[in-house]
Design a protein around this ligand. Sequence first.
Ligand SMILES: *Cc1c(COP(=O)(O)O)cnc(C)c1O
Length: 391
Amino acid sequence: MSNNKSFSHQPSYSTRPTLRVDLAQIRANYDALKNKVGAAKIGASVKADAYGLGAVPVAKALYGAGCRIFFVATAGEGKLLRDGVGPNAAIYILNGPAPRDKGVLLGAKLKPVINSMEQARFWGEVAESVNEPPYTAIHIDTGMNRLGLSHEDAVELGRDKRLWKALNPEWVMSHLACASDAAHPMNKTQLQKFRKAAAQLPLTPLSLANTAGIYLGKPYHFQMVRPGIGLYGGVATNKPGQEVSTPVATLLAPILQVRWVKAGETLGYNATFTAPRDMRIAIVGAGYADGIPVNESNRGTAILHDEEVPIVGRVSMDLTMIDATNANLAVEVGGVVIFRGKHLEAEAKSAGTINYELLVRMGQRCRRDYWKPKKTDEGKKPGKPMERFTN
Ligand SMILES: *Cc1c(COP(=O)(O)O)cnc(C)c1O
């Protein structure tokens, strides 16, 4: 009888983590960035599944905020986005037109970014062979030495009136290498090179800045900026105080078991942690398959009841152990441990990586909860510590 009774009082919880994405905050970040760039348009970078947060729901939220230009990396990403956001969005494919993607690009009216003369010639032929080919963007390399036309290529393209007409470019763009550091001399060098290359081409709207580039000021904004990380609340520059966006993604992981270990016992794979004293350990249902880097083993921290608690032992595929010995409030099965959110930058640092990678690595296994505050939810913040998992 008493056994049954205590069993029936077990809290209901899920064994998998939830990635909570605050779509209202993504829209607020969009508005805040828009405010900074005045008349310049915003082309949202939603590549890699919107940095791991879900390209379609994120793009729909941005569309609702007025965004009509989107950047993804591949034709496949573009097709998914087209099906999700409908016919009125301009969708650019950053990696350019590959011959095998021709059908998808034309069928879904995706706009290739032209990154080389080879791509220019290929797409020029395609465009001349169809009715109403999509517009393109011309990408000039100004010092990143990644993708893009060289200055000499730009001169050649500027002279080739037939090719230019076939490509029908809507934008001329380049990409900054060091915008996170406003004092870096490369910013000005790239700005000058961009202007010089653009002057070789017929007059076309220009775009240079990613999120960090927005903070370099008006000369870098031109007619469109292309933020990604700033929409998702990640810090983009070495002066976080100047930035206008707020974190949007929180990983909530359930406590699956709480155990006391005795001084001298070890934890987890390869016994990388030995308890220096008797300790209370919470076993949490999120591991490296959910984007908690193995590099956080014995180094990183998580949030329990608004306090930082150390990750102990090696992070495993589905589970992470935290030291809950000193937690002030109850530590119990079904309780919630928080990763990311406001903690994103600290986690990236302790894992020896960057915020972009932590966001994008959030696994497909997480339940995704797209958080849109209703009037009645006002004041309730995502990631409340002791929320329970009910599904
Ligand atoms: C990814 C990307 C962006 C967005 O960069 P953030 O640093 O996330 O703002 C903009 N432009 C290009 C070409 C990109 O590849």
